[in-house]
Design a protein. Structure first.
Length: 752
């Protein structure tokens, strides 16, 4: 490579976007072969327009003027809105592009390194200062670190901050912030403007008291009220719904914090952002927007310390699949396929959730979530609930104050942030997911008197709060079309998928920034708040009973785990004898697995697994594949976001295109399933045929052939009669759009 590359349109800022920018720049700065790239682009091209009926002023995009054809929402791809106000990604670009690097060398000794990335000038234009934060609050005002002129071009300088590590409170978390302030007025900003900054982790909080340790000896009562379990304490009433395993209502000090039926329920959906075009069709096909929750079993008992435990095994599944229509038009409609109800083998979650109710009204949730498709990429994984709209003050300790995501968070510091729920709204011309904040330690919602509730993470969590539900945001084509708010919609998540840049750019979020439907343990505490005492109430750790995790991999291996330290785990299969769990157990044939931790048999958990119909295979030949991103092996990786694609970079191979698979032994084959590529039309297969062979050389006549429907749903084809074979050849004969490309996301074969 002789000359450095400039990457055109390497990041696309359409809607809520610009994920993975820091990953790009870590790669760019690791070599001299790149000289930068072009973000697409600077400002939205939306225009002011007026609703002809209401007179409401709004930002219009393609199609709003009755114009056909149009670019739809593709005009909304700037780092700033059309009125020149910054979008959330603007701040990430500013941070990633800054010309200094700061890192800890030995933070316990106060040693940090400052790297001047400039090639020709020193840091003389800046006052370099540092400050100290405890639990998100500044406790030391900014003081000078070093003279900027002493850090020359491309120079790294180690300096020592006067930080007395031994005097730091063990129960507190600390961060150092290093800032670079302009020493004089510049064309773009006045003296003192914060040009660059970095936050450095110092130490975690330790030795916090457990929630159990701060309780009194007060007695709790529990009674039945039809389908509800009603628990009362001195100043609270909590009702649990035994039919769905969640809080039905919650009252603290005579105020209803959670209204009837609006308690926390498993949620994996978000209003699609423009970059979610690689995945959002799947979310609707799997019914993530419409999960219904059913408790399969329950166990209720009182611990020796007086806390009450309510354990529920909950199944969460939509009634049916759906299709979202609209593409980049900005106007979505949802088609529910009620004529094809979901069955036992369609996508669903199984959640083992354990609630612990303490004497002061605090609740602890410890949960383990599994699914029957651990490869599915989700929008989020956590709990959604609704609070009355008077709980409109939003305070959290985490990354902020600007919305941030797993792959767009470096510009947002971990601090204590206070705002209103309405402040979390971002005026996207076409509403989409917003308000998310990463690495949250705790979050509180309070009314004007300072009363409310605080949610305390086991470790860290992602949270968001808006006046509307995710479906209400999805279906509004413009902000002014959002319905009247029904309350405060809060999400408390184990994780939220990043943003990436797939609308037109580098692609979906990186693998590490995607949330999968795999076994996930999560937990948080809910505590009452009075007089804004959320900071004090948050200084506790979890102490509740924990659930057993039972999951099965795609090859049939059953894994059993517990977050209880040193737990000795036991299990049974069907009516078999109890066994000590030492290693995964293969259960391809299906069955019921019951597991528990020794000493806590009250929290036994039973999981039923169906027989795995698909057979293990490997790719042995592909007539054409795009090396580096479209290998045929992607057909078997269980990830619908990766694809097999026929070659196009060197030459465009012509139809037919085929892939040969080896089942490793002769099988009686009865069906196959082809899943089209998601979020893109190129290469979607129309005509197909299937052949089998016992030796991989002599192939049968087609045992199945025909044309697929033109949509993104998985297509299962059942053979007229089962056939024997070890090798399977899947041949694409034509594409839906008439081009020579062939592509597919997944391919599987079922056998007797």
């Amino acid at each position: 490579m002789k000359y450095p590359f400039h990457i055109s349109e390497y990041a696309h800022s359409m809607g809520n976007a610009s994920g993975n920018l820091i990953d790009y720049w870590e790669a760019i700065e690791s070599t001299n072969f790149f000289m930068g790239g072009a973000t697409w682009d600077w400002i939205d091209q939306a225009m002011y327009y007026y609703d002809k009926q209401s007179g409401e002023k709004f930002f219009a995009y393609g199609g709003d003027f009755g114009d056909k054809p149009n670019d739809g929402t593709f005009v909304n791809n700037g780092l700033i809105f059309a009125d020149m106000k910054p979008k959330p990604q603007y701040y990430e670009v500013k941070k990633v592009y800054q010309n200094v690097g700061v890192k800890a060398v030995d933070i316990a000794q106060g040693k940090i390194e400052i790297f001047n990335k400039n090639y020709f000038v020193s840091l003389a234009d800046y006052d370099i200062v540092w400050s100290l934060y405890e639990n998100g609050v500044e406790i030391q005002k900014p003081v000078s670190v070093v003279k900027g002129e002493t850090v020359g071009a491309r120079e790294k300088k180690v300096v020592t901050l006067p930080l007395d590590f031994q005097k730091l409170n063990k129960q507190s978390e600390y961060f150092v912030k290093v800032q670079f302030l302009l020493v004089k007025d510049q064309l773009w900003a006045a003296k003192g403007y914060l040009q660059m900054e970095e936050q450095l982790f110092v130490k975690a909080a330790s030795e916090k008291p457990t929630i159990a340790a701060v309780q009194t000896n007060a007695k709790l009562s529990i009674v039945d009220e039809q389908k509800l379990k009603v628990i009362k304490g001195s100043d609270f009433i909590i009702k649990f719904d035994t039919e769905n395993g969640s809080i039905y209502s919650l009252n603290y000090a005579g105020k209803q914090v959670i209204r009837d039926g609006e308690g926390p329920k498993l949620d994996a959906f978000r209003a699609p952002v423009d970059n979610d075009n690689w995945a959002y069709q799947q979310w609707f096909q799997k019914g993530l927007h419409n999960l219904k929750h059913k408790a399969l079993s329950s166990s209720i008992y009182t611990r020796q310390d007086g806390a009450i435990i309510l354990s529920f095994m909950v199944e969460s599944q939509a009634p049916n699949a759906a299709t979202i229509h609209g593409g980049t038009s900005g106007t979505y409609t949802i088609e529910e396929h009620k004529d094809k109800p979901f069955g036992a083998n369609d996508f669903k979650f199984t959640t083992n959730q354990v609630w612990t109710v303490y004497q002061d009204g605090s609740l602890e949730l410890a949960t383990n979530v599994t699914s029957n498709d651990e490869t599915l990429a989700l929008a989020r994984l956590g709990y959604g609930l609704q609070l009355p709209d008077q709980y409109s003050n939003y305070t959290y300790y985490g990354r902020g104050p600007i919305n941030n995501y797993a792959d767009r968070k470096t510009a947002q510091n971990i601090e204590l942030h206070t705002c209103t729920v309405k402040d979390q709204f971002v005026p996207w011309p076409n509403p989409q997911s917003m308000s998310n904040n990463e690495e949250v330690r705790w979050t509180a919602l309070t009314d004007e008197s300072g009363s409310g509730v605080v949610f305390i993470a086991k470790d860290h969590m992602s949270t968001s709060a808006l006046p509307w539900s995710e479906m209400e945001v999805t279906l509004a084509s413009h902000p002014y079309k959002l319905p009247k708010s029904s309350g405060t919609h809060l999400h408390v998540d184990a994780a939220v998928t990043g943003l990436g840049g797939n609308s037109c750019g580098q692609g979906p979020p990186l693998e590490q920034d995607r949330v999968k439907a795999k076994s996930t343990s999560f937990g948080f505490i809910i505590r009452p708040v009075a007089n804004q005492d959320y900071r004090q109430k948050s200084q506790v750790s979890l102490a509740g009973d924990v659930p057993i995790s039972v999951s099965r991999s795609r090859n049939g291996d059953v894994h059993i785990a517990s977050e209880q330290v040193g737990a000795e785990l036991y299990y049974t299969i069907g009516k078999g004898k109890p066994q000590i769990y030492k290693a995964p157990v293969n259960l391809r044939e299906g069955g019921i697995v019951t597991a528990w931790a020794k000493g806590n048999e009250k929290l036994k958990a039973s999981f039923q697994f169906p027989k795995i119909e698909s057979i293990p295979m490997q790719v042995v030949f592909a007539s054409s594949e795009e090396t580096g991103e479209g290998e045929a092996s992607n057909l078997l990786d269980g990830d619908p976001s990766t694809i097999w694609h026929s070659m196009y970079s060197v030459t465009v191979a012509q139809y037919p295109h085929w892939v040969d698979f080896d089942a490793n032994a002769i099988k009686t084959i009865k069906a196959f399933t082809y899943t089209p590529r998601q979020g893109g039309g190129n290469g979607t297969i129309k005509g197909y045929k299937l052949q089998v062979s016992t030796d991989g050389k002599n192939w049968s006549e087609p045992v199945a052939e025909g044309n697929f429907e033109n949509n993104g749903k998985p297509k299962t084809v059942t053979l007229a009669k089962p056939v024997k074979g070890r090798f399977i050849r899947f041949t694409a004969l034509s594409s839906q759009n008439g081009q020579d490309f062939a592509a597919a996301a997944e391919f599987s074969v079922s056998a007797e």
